[in-house]
Write a protein that binds this ligand. Structure first.
Ligand SMILES: [Zn+2]
Length: 250
């Protein structure tokens, strides 16, 4: 790790490194914040797991930091990216520093230039009255440095499975048939419902891009709750996401 990162990251770094994890920058945000991926010890990770692609969903990055502190890298099959959108985390916004919803910016076939309506971060249901934010999907498909960096990382790893953590919809989303067994394996821990189709289109989302690049996408949504509640309920599912290679291995 570059020396200038060490003071900012000492706590997570010490605990994660003690568990054998290795941090590697994979790019920079629009505001120049390093994007960090944590690598397990296996030379061929089969999964990538990420959080905080929406910056106001801070509990998701806290959960992945907890995972790095509690899971040994020797047991893991996943590269872990706790913060896809650090600028949004710092600004308290769903979007990145340029007002772009990164989960509408991926260069999938369905990407569209139209603004996407989104929701107040405190809304715990996707009802029309919460639809008060308008996000940009970016000037062009894949325009944002955070999106480009994550795509490059996924292409370098060539994982079988990508698990994307969000809040607050309290469900596991499996839009494709291959995603279903993985989604069921994760969802059973906290008795989450499995969602097979979304009410609204999500053009340019990471799941579509992953599916088009041969990676099975699963989206795991926590409920609206602080970390102690989220971690006690979902710890075993987060661990399954990072540790287990196949759904039938439990
Ligand atoms: Zn989200």
């Amino acid at each position: 790790m570059p020396r200038d990162l060490a003071p900012k990251m000492i706590h997570v770094a010490e605990l994660a490194r003690a568990n054998g994890w290795r941090a590697e920058p994979y790019g920079s945000s629009a505001q120049g914040v390093p994007l960090l991926a944590w690598w397990p010890t296996t030379p061929n990770p089969t999964r990538i797991v990420w959080a905080a692609i929406h910056g106001e969903e801070v509990v998701t990055l806290q959960a992945l930091h907890q995972a790095l502190r509690t899971i040994h890298a020797d047991d893991a099959c996943a590269v872990v990216v706790p913060v896809v959108n650090p600028d949004g985390v710092l600004l308290g916004t769903r979007q990145n520093a340029r007002g772009v919803d990164l989960n509408r910016n991926f260069a999938s076939a369905a990407w569209r230039p139209d603004p996407s309506p989104t929701f107040w971060p405190t809304a715990n249901t996707r009802r029309a009255e919460f639809r008060t934010q308008i996000s940009s999907p970016g000037a062009t498909a894949g325009s944002e440095p955070e999106t480009q960096a994550l795509c490059r990382l996924i292409e370098a790893i060539q994982p079988e499975l990508a698990i994307d953590f969000h809040t607050p919809l309290e469900c596991v989303i499996a839009l494709s048939e291959p995603a279903l067994p993985f989604a069921e394996h994760l969802a059973e821990v906290a008795s989450l419902k499995i969602v097979r189709a979304l009410d609204d289109p999500t053009p340019g989302d990471s799941a579509s891009w992953c599916a088009e690049h041969g990676v099975v996408p699963v989206t795991y949504e926590f409920e609206l709750a602080p970390l102690p509640i989220v971690w006690s309920r979902h710890r075993d599912a987060v661990t399954r996401a990072i540790v287990e290679r196949r759904p039938d291995r439990s």
